[in-house]
Write a protein of this length. Structure first.
Length: 341
């Protein structure tokens, strides 16, 4: 999709055409019907996250096909009205909008390399979406999500937190999976978070990681050589952190795109908003304090409720982790400065 074609009015709409009685209680629109957008739509459908789904994409044939495919499965899922169009009007009246549109990340390409094209897109797209859904919460998933989210916020006058990014929710899920696999426990018993940029400069907060309430640094179990002792030593922690950072690149090399896990993690955020759950998630928000983080969007544990991204928590970190977070903010700030020239 290109910025100058985003708001082009056309007549290609697919989905239920019969008049409905009243308005659906909850409507979620997904902008971009590519691999990620359709994975999010599918996850919303099978989890029963919303009563109404709308898909928008400038590729009329693609969005029509995806909507038909989803509608053909509605008898096997919780009730949901699904429609789609290459006319942005299909998103009107949304309670929440998830934006996945943008250039696709190529093998070997960093998320930050995508910045210029996707920033230009969202600067046009975001005001157009809010014009049609003035009360909607907008969640950005497009990469580089921190840069894109910042551009979207500065292109509008939306209230603080109404626009935010998916941030490191998926990264934190990857981290917890790897820790659980190494510890030999269920992933639900692992508590750990990744903060900072959703990308190469992100920081694993090992100082707060715990398995079943046991700090990761103290967790005992069988080592890889068969002996027993501390499982998460410095080398193991470094290896896991590197795997988290490079997971997306590995998946992109193998199948061309990451879509299934980001679909599920995005719907976790969607449900936190729609259900006013006050769930703490590491989403990407515009930071205002402390000064070394202010002016950039990055991820920290944040309360997510019906207003969007609410209160950012003051998380305990080691000196090394805090220095890494400041470095991550500098990386993002440098990219923003380049784009604003």
């Amino acid at each position: 999709m290109t910025g100058d074609s985003v708001v082009r009015p056309t007549q290609h709409t697919v989905g239920p055409t019969q008049p409905t009685v009243g308005r659906a209680k909850v409507k979620v629109s997904i902008v971009g019907a590519g691999a990620v957008g359709t994975a999010i739509a599918y996850a919303c459908l099978i989890r029963g996250s919303t009563e109404s789904l709308a898909l928008f994409d400038t590729n009329a044939d693609k969005v029509r096909a995806e909507v038909l495919d989803l509608n053909h499965g509605t008898q096997f899922a919780p009730p949901c009205r699904i429609e789609g169009s290459d006319d942005l009007a299909v998103t009107a009246g949304s309670d929440m909008i998830v934006v996945t549109a943008g250039a696709k990340q190529k093998p070997g390409q960093s998320r930050l390399d995508l910045a210029a094209a996707n920033v230009a897109l969202v600067q046009v797209l975001t005001p157009a979406l809010l014009e049609r859904s003035p009360d909607a919460v907008i969640l950005f998933v497009s990469n580089p999500v921190d840069i894109v989210t910042h551009a979207a916020i500065t292109a509008t006058d939306a209230p603080p937190g109404r626009i935010f990014g998916s941030g490191t929710v998926l990264d934190s899920g990857r981290l917890r999976f790897l820790i659980a696999e190494r510890a030999g426990v269920a992933v639900e018993n692992v508590h750990a978070v990744v903060v900072g940029e959703h990308g190469d400069s992100e920081i694993t907060l090992w100082s707060g990681a715990a398995i079943g309430g046991v700090p990761a640094a103290e967790f005992q179990g069988p080592a890889l050589d068969g002996t027993s002792g501390t499982v998460f030593d410095a080398a193991t922690r470094a290896d896991i952190s590197a795997q988290v950072v490079h997971s997306a690149y590995e998946i992109i090399r193998g199948k061309g795109a990451t879509n299934l896990a980001i679909g599920l993690s995005t719907v976790r955020i969607v449900e936190a908003v729609l259900g006013d759950q006050h769930r703490v998630l590491p989403v990407s928000t515009l930071q205002t304090d402390p000064e070394e983080l202010s002016g950039v969007c990055l991820s920290l544990p944040t309360v997510v409720d019906s207003r969007g991204a609410s209160r950012v928590l003051d998380v305990a970190m080691s000196d090394e982790e805090r220095a890494g977070l400041r470095a991550s903010a500098r990386t993002l700030r440098e990219v923003q400065a380049t784009l604003e020239r």
